[in-house]
Design a binder for this molecule. Structure first.
Ligand SMILES: [Ca+2]
Ligand SMILES: [Ca+2]
Ligand SMILES: [Ca+2]
Length: 355
């Protein structure tokens, strides 16, 4: 999964979200639920806001499309914990253990057990955010490991190697794909749902992460960048050794589930991340700032797997990202700073998808 954009984006976007007109919403739209909708977004109908306040992101449907899992920092929750809710936003409840910082919650195919990453074995407290002096970076905390939580909340640790393990998602057959720095670089691995049979899938210098299986489980889409030796790699490696990453330049790639047949999907510039499959297995929806690579305005785009047919889906001047289709393709969920009641808050939205 893709995390770690939002806390830093929220900070960096302050000047942009202070003035409501910059959101692309009219004053009339900016009040109430109607403010979730934007006229230019022709593929999105009946946009509904599901969370109200705090930082909510990485919302993912269960495999049968009946429920949503997401991470939230909100009143009484000082750093991200994993929540579940119904598709109308009702019955929101924390399902992680409330300790440390968590990220990247995802349902097992049974719709009961979940997987998520947490720092709680390092400390029950929230880990300190990276220094603002580091600029625009994600913290890939060393203490993150991946856990399976059964419906009663009991945790099974699935990774135990030193360094960051997170961004776990689960394919239709229950196999997990995730990112780890266990071999000294950001790489993608897969494992069985119980943590056994770990296989390394990427082998290139530079960041690789945020993987998702295709609907039939045969392919994996992810964000990445190959970096040759030189000043850019030296900077990447220096940050990596501090548990940090500057995600300013990444594109989308696809490979077979065994790591073979690696192909680049986007070549847009800027940061392209949070890819997810349309149920047809031929199209990818993702977040990008390629239309404004130095800026903080991300929007959601869609592209064919062969790199053709790029289309912009959202149109606001603030962050829109983490898109995911329901299994039948009828709905899209995403995170956005649109319609924020307070500056910098990020909420989950759901829309009917219009082809
Ligand atoms: Ca670890
Ligand atoms: Ca790599
Ligand atoms: Ca936007």
């Amino acid at each position: 999964m893709s995390k770690r954009f939002l806390p830093f984006l929220s900070i960096l976007m302050l000047p942009f979200v202070l003035s409501p007109p910059a959101s692309g919403l009219s004053a009339e739209e900016a009040t109430g639920q109607e403010g979730a909708a934007v006229e230019a977004e022709v593929h999105l109908a009946n946009v509904r806001q599901l969370t109200f306040g705090g930082e909510n992101a990485e919302a993912y449907f269960s495999h049968d499309g009946s429920e949503i899992i997401f991470q939230s920092t909100r009143e009484g929750v000082p750093c991200d914990q994993i929540f579940r809710m119904n598709l109308d936003g009702s019955n929101q409840r924390m399902v992680s253990n409330g300790e440390g910082r968590t990220t990247c919650g995802y349902f097992y195919p049974d719709g009961e057990s979940i997987v998520y990453a947490s720092t709680h074995l390092g400390s029950p407290e929230c880990p300190p955010p990276p220094s603002f002096r580091m600029g625009y970076v994600w913290a890939t905390y060393d203490s993150f490991d991946i856990f399976r939580a059964s419906p009663d909340g009991a945790l099974t640790r699935l990774t135990d190697t030193p360094g960051y393990d997170a961004e776990a998602t689960i394919g239709p057959d229950g196999r997990i794909v995730f990112m780890s720095v266990r071999d000294g670089d950001q790489e993608i691995y897969s494992m069985n749902g119980d943590g056994s049979d770990v296989r390394r899938l990427t082998h290139r210098q530079g960041p690789d992460g945020g993987p998702f299986f295709s609907p039939d489980g045969s392919k994996i889409i992810f964000r990445g960048r190959g970096i040759p030796d030189g000043p850019e790699f030296d900077d990447y490696k220096r940050l990596l050794d501090q548990g940090l990453w500057r995600p300013s330049a990444v594109e989308l790639f696809v490979m077979d589930a065994d790591g073979s047949n690696l192909k680049q999907v986007t070549d847009l510039g800027g940061a392209n991340f949070a890819p997810f499959w349309h149920p047809d297995g031929e199209r990818i929806i993702f977040a990008s700032n390629s239309h404004n690579p130095e800026g903080r305005n991300f929007d959601i785009f869609m592209i064919n797997l062969d790199g053709s047919g790029l289309e912009q889906i959202t149109y606001t001047d603030v962050f829109d990202g983490f898109p995911m289709f329901s299994p039948d393709g009828a709905k899209l969920i995403f995170a956005s700073n649109r319609n924020a009641a307070q500056e910098g808050e990020t909420n989950i939205f759901i829309a009917d998808w219009v082809e």
